[in-house]
Write a protein that binds this ligand. Structure first.
Ligand code: PEP
Ligand code: MG
Length: 591
């Protein structure tokens, strides 16, 4: 049994499909002179097939997930078509008599070194795209890999170092029952994809690839973070039962999308969704959310080759608003920095502690023209149009990430006023938007009483608040035992923030991953929180938990939790209590 980080709840069993680097030893791959033309043709054939693949993927992802997510495959196509890159491979085959696979391995090494030397985070990340393309090309050259993957039947559990975007999509053709990765964490690409698809997943499982072979039977327990390879009959039977319960529960929950988000004693909740683009907004409707509580605008910027203009931003925000439940959307300004980079900001920039550095509004402030264009685009997207009639009126809010001080809030307010004045002068229509802050920095939590008069609403970003409060990187598996939302320290801070907001009559939402954990939801309700924003796939779970809880019960659970001294004690108590009132939730209750 291996232990990792539980990143997507549920239990599943399947056949392991290990995604390894597929390269053969380049040293032994020298060609005879007469083999060169055939090898060039083989490479060309692999390149054509790969181009066809990525074009197909681009179309498929554009319809299934959205244009934003599909853009990565346009990048892959441009790599496959790049004359410099293709010329290098051809040159090595022709002049150095290397096999195509060996030349591709050399190519990857060449770019890895080149990009590492650049010291540019953004460029360094592009190595993942080159690797993705090289792996695709190599898989067309390597018959062994294709045979291996084709011979697998039934549901598979993907085991990988980390999942690349194309691998996740490619695997969409076959049933994927679970995902296990060596790298990654709650917020890694694999974790987000797994959660949005409701696939159990465990990340941060050190060394798992060395101990797993394709074809092994593998159990993924995404509640406890356990992975079991080739379990004995007894263990397998026990996990099969858990897997059945999980699948039954998932099917059953999918039916509650039109039921109200209400507690057992009739308190209504505002249940919203966190989204990255139009397709997530559509998923939010399908899952029964009543609006979008957090639109992360970063994605628009991360995939844009330069700076999206105000008009491009406006068009995107309008599309998102039109696609969202009740046309209700909270748009967050750019939250770049930390682990996220964009092509046009912060290039060649090195920081020892990026999460504590030049991130979010701290970065936007230094690009005032760009920042103003985003604020203007949000204000303009809030202007009513001919579709805003009767009950169908847009409700747009503006949210600023990583707010640390009152001075920042004043500066932000001044920028919004300036944008409004300019729009008036220019005669451009704009709408009224509420002005809100993300509460994710401990200093802001301490000073919340002073900050509340300056905002219309608060959105608690528990993912960051927890990592900053516990001084434990949210992406580092080594400290995940500390980065826990149910730690006594986190509960105390959240409780005081929610109480302060309620005292001041300022609406408060919690939009971190924490709100999707049933145990956490119970104590958050006990604190007086009534607004939650979660990943669309989790909306049905939140409704189900709420249907089982009364407010007095939730309050009692909070008080009991606050008397306990350790995270483990709190987690166990809440798990036991929830299981007592809703035994059917067992398969999705995480640690
Ligand atoms: C958070 O920090 O909880 C949050 C919702 O923002 P993000 O995950 O985008 O940092
Ligand atoms: Mg955050």
């Amino acid at each position: 049994m291996y232990k990792g980080i539980a990143v997507s709840p549920g239990v599943s069993i399947g056949t392991a499909y290990c995604i390894h680097e597929v390269f053969v030893d380049p040293g032994r791959q020298l060609l005879e002179a007469q083999e060169v033309p055939a090898e060039l043709a083989r490479f060309e054939n692999a390149r054509k097939k790969s181009i066809a693949d990525v074009r197909g993927l681009q179309k498929k992802v554009a319809t299934q997930v959205g244009q934003d997510a599909a853009a990565i495959f346009a990048v892959h196509e441009s790599i496959l078509q790049d004359p410099a890159l293709v010329g290098k491979v051809r040159g090595w085959i022709t002049e150095q008599k290397m096999s195509a696979s060996a030349a591709l391995a050399k190519l990857l090494e060449f770019y890895r070194k080149l990009l590492e030397k650049s010291g540019d985070d953004y460029l360094q990340e592009r190595i993942a795209d080159i690797r993705d393309v090289v792996e695709r090309l190599t898989s067309y050259l390597s018959t062994a890999l294709n045979k291996e993957s084709k011979s697998l039947s039934g549901p598979v559990i993907v085991v990988a170092d980390e999942l690349l975007p194309s691998q996740v999509v490619m695997l969409g053709n076959r049933p994927v029952n679970g995902i296990v990765t060596q790298a990654g964490s709650q917020t890694s690409h694999a974790a987000i994809v797994a959660r949005s698809r409701g696939i159990p997943a465990v990340s941060g499982v050190n060394g798992i690839l060395a101990h797993t072979k394709t074809g092994d039977t593998i159990v993924v327990d995404g509640r406890e973070g356990h992975v079991i390879i080739n379990p004995d009959a007894e263990m397998l039977a026990a996990f099969r039962k858990l897997e059945r319960e999980f699948v039954n529960l998932r099917d059953q929950l999918a039916h509650n999308h039109d039921q109200p988000a209400i507690t057992a004693d009739g308190h209504e909740l505002e249940l919203l969704a966190n989204i990255n683009g139009v397709s997530d907004a559509q998923a939010a409707i399908a899952m029964g959310a009543s609006g979008v509580g957090l639109y992360r605008t970063e994605y628009l910027y991360m995939i844009h080759p330069s700076v999206p203009s105000e008009e491009e931003q406006l068009a995107n925000y309008r599309d998102v608003i039109a696609a969202s439940p009740n046309k209700c959307v909270t748009i967050r300004t750019l939250d770049i920095g930390g682990d996220k980079t964009v092509p046009f900001l912060g290039r060649g920039h090195y920081e020892a502690n990026p999460f504590m550095g030049w991130r979010s509004i701290r970065l936007s402030f230094e690009y005032p023209e760009f920042f103003l264009s985003q604020i203007r685009a949000i204000l303009r997207a809030a202007a009513p149009d001919h579709t805003d009639t009767g009950n169908s009126r847009r409700n747009v809010k503006m949210l600023f990430p990583m707010v640390t001080t009152l001075e920042e809030l004043r500066r932000l307010k001044a920028m919004v006023l300036r944008a409004q004045r300019r729009l008036e002068v220019e005669g451009l229509a704009f709408g009224q938007v509420d002005f809100g802050m993300m509460l994710e920095v401990p200093a802001a939590a301490v000073m919340i009483e002073n900050m509340l008069p300056a905002v219309d609403f608060v959105s608690i970003g528990s993912n960051d608040l927890v990592q900053y409060l516990m001084a434990a990187d949210r992406d580092n598996p080594k400290v995940s035992h500390l980065c826990q939302p149910l730690s006594p320290a986190v509960l105390r801070v959240l409780h005081s923030v929610v109480q302060a907001c309620n005292r001041h009559g300022k609406p408060v939402t919690l939009c971190g991953e924490m709100a999707g954990l049933p145990q956490a939801l119970a104590v958050l309700l006990g604190m007086g929180l009534r607004r939650f924003s979660v990943s669309p796939a989790v909306v049905p779970t939140v409704k189900e938990v709420a249907h089982h809880l009364t407010i007095p019960h939730a309050t009692d659970l909070l008080h009991r939790a606050l008397k306990l001294k350790t995270t483990k004690q709190i987690q166990s108590m809440l798990k036991a209590q929830l299981l007592a009132i809703a035994p059917n939730l067992g398969p999705i209750l995480m640690q």
